[in-house]
Write a protein that binds this ligand. Sequence first.
Ligand code: UT7
Length: 339
Amino acid sequence: MSTPAPKGTGSITPADGATYARIMGVGGYRPERVVMNSEIIEAIDSSDEWIQERSGIKSRRFAAKDESVVDMSEHATREALTAAGLEASDVDAVVVATVTHPYQTPAAAPILADRFGIRGAAFDISAACAGYCHAISLASDMVRGGSARHVLVVGVEKLSDFTDPTDRGSAFIFGDGAGAAIVGPSDTPAIGPTVWGSDGSQWKTISQRDSWTEVRDGDLGWPAIGMAGQSVFRWAVWGMAPVAQKALDAAGVRAEDLDAFIPHQANMRIIDAMIKQLKLPADIPVARDIAETANTSAASIPLATERMLREGEIPHGALALQIGFGAGLVYAAQVVVLP
Ligand code: UT7
């Protein structure tokens, strides 16, 4: 009779994580085709003036018909890797935030990872316009928890595929693009505590019009994303400044210490209302990428960040408050040190 192998101590070896995490590099991709308001207005009986006055949007980019969310992510990832001074082989996890990858399964992340020969963990998250801030939070926890050393985070949307060009309430709002960030270990705290939450009772205020099974069983046409604009607007204006303030408090940072405010690019009026409520000093640079990029959901914050850094509006190492909010309804905010 053989003797059973001796058991271990019964305790699990803990994962070995970094003390802190930081964003090491960001990258952005804006599709080539610029779509001015004038191209949108006829189908929705609107005007360039109305769109600019109500949303601040002048133009947006639309991806080419055969350009996928994975294609756009690939461009943004290359930039982020270069900015971080890393090779794809350094990345051991990929998190893609998107709601417009047109496959129910598989996720976009493993396909993106494969383009770079990455064989680490790869998965998508669905948190709409708050997806990037959710993914930054996850990536930070992964690096600190020891489940990854360098995480590629991508926020990407091809909303032109899921927008009804004849819907007055949403056709002018959305755009396409991708933003990427590499999150890795840090000697000092550089990603603050995330303040996040949800209110699923309002799920219908921004939603794909019909579920896939309803589309299959009915004569409903393409299930574009619809939005009860006014309800979302009120929720964002009154609900999101307190969340942003909590993120500042959690990080122990005062509004006047910020180098940048980078809110989700949903509507210029929402951005202005938040600045007022947060009592941000007038000289703090605020992301206003929405004017030329419109609302790119999960891509909006990394795209706005990439632009501010590239155009020298904020210095490298800037202390920034970022907040995403949208369909779910869900939100997430944190203070970060930019690369
Ligand atoms: O990214 C996820 C989160 N999303 C958001 O945060 C978006 C939040 N919502 C919004 O940004 C705004 O609600 C919109 C920009 C979508 C709409 O602006 P609004 O000021 O809320 O417009 P409204 O729906 O209250 O409509 C105002 C007026 C109405 O006319 P009356 O009743 O005042 O005569 C509408 O019929 O504007 C009319 N209208 C339009 N006119 C021209 C509505 N849509 C249009 C349009 N063009 N596209």
